[in-house]
Write a protein that binds this ligand. Structure first.
Ligand code: MD3
Ligand code: FE
Length: 213
């Protein structure tokens, strides 16, 4: 179904083959998403993980859903248990699963069923260096990302690390879907500028939904 003049849903914007921006798509669900984040953090607090090289990652992370992404000296992987508590990750809040599925469908990926949601927190100055997401089993499945709080400048490159990068402003409520030929593009986040978001304060939260297993 295409957007019409009478829809109140925002239109989808193609960014590149396989990549779609859904500007403001999460705004209508902002309160439910923030409540979901708070519920997850109460069970599985944000933490700085170690890179395989032994350095603390700048971004604070946790997970919900059947699988969670973890990094430590042994490498990057998905696992069912939170290494801090030894318990399963908290369940995906219903509002998360629904939003991710609807966004993927809007971008042309019906039947997306994420089994992992990584929650990233950026404080002013935090950056995420250029990388690919390749720890998942099936690269035909898209990735859906939801931005909340302070705005960020997102970098997206090509399929090789040295390819030219483009910049994209990400605002509170924006949703990105990366699939098909965009799925393995390099990407990162520029250092977060200071500021204060009226609902989330001095931080940016990103939710990344994946079918990992
Ligand atoms: C493009 N997170 O957690 S989300 C990550 O804002 C990650 O926290 C960033 O990259 C963040 O791995 C970016 C947007 C995103 C996510 C996955 C992608 C863009 C992508 C996979 C392929 C291409
Ligand atoms: Fe990534």
């Amino acid at each position: 179904m295409n957007a019409s003049l009478f829809d109140d849903e925002p239109a989808e914007m193609p960014l590149a083959p396989g990549a779609t921006m859904l500007r403001g798509f999460a705004l209508a669900h902002s309160a439910a998403l923030q409540a979901g984040v708070a519920a997850v953090l109460a069970q599985a607090p944000l933490r700085q993980m170690l890179t395989p090289g032994g350095k603390l990652m700048a971004v604070w992370m946790t997970n919900c859903g059947p699988l969670g992404w973890v990094s430590d000296r042994r490498g990057y992987r998905y696992q069912a248990q939170d290494p801090v508590s030894g318990r399963p990750w908290p369940a995906l809040p219903a509002a998360f699963a629904e939003l991710a599925q609807q966004a993927a469908e809007r971008a042309g990926f019906p039947r997306f069923e994420p089994d992992a949601c990584l929650i990233n927190r950026y404080l002013p100055g935090t950056r995420l260096s250029l990388h690919q997401d390749r720890d998942e089993q099936d690269f035909s499945q898209p990735i859906v990302s939801v931005s909340l709080g302070l705005p960020a400048v997102f970098l997206f490159g090509g399929l090789s690390r040295g390819d030219k990068t483009e910049r994209l402003d990400l605002q509170h409520g924006d949703v990105l879907v990366w699939g098909g030929p965009a799925r393995l593009r390099f990407h990162g986040v520029m250092p977060l500028a200071g500021g204060r978001h009226e609902e989330l304060g001095e931080q940016r939260i990103n939710l990344t939904f994946r079918k990992a297993g």
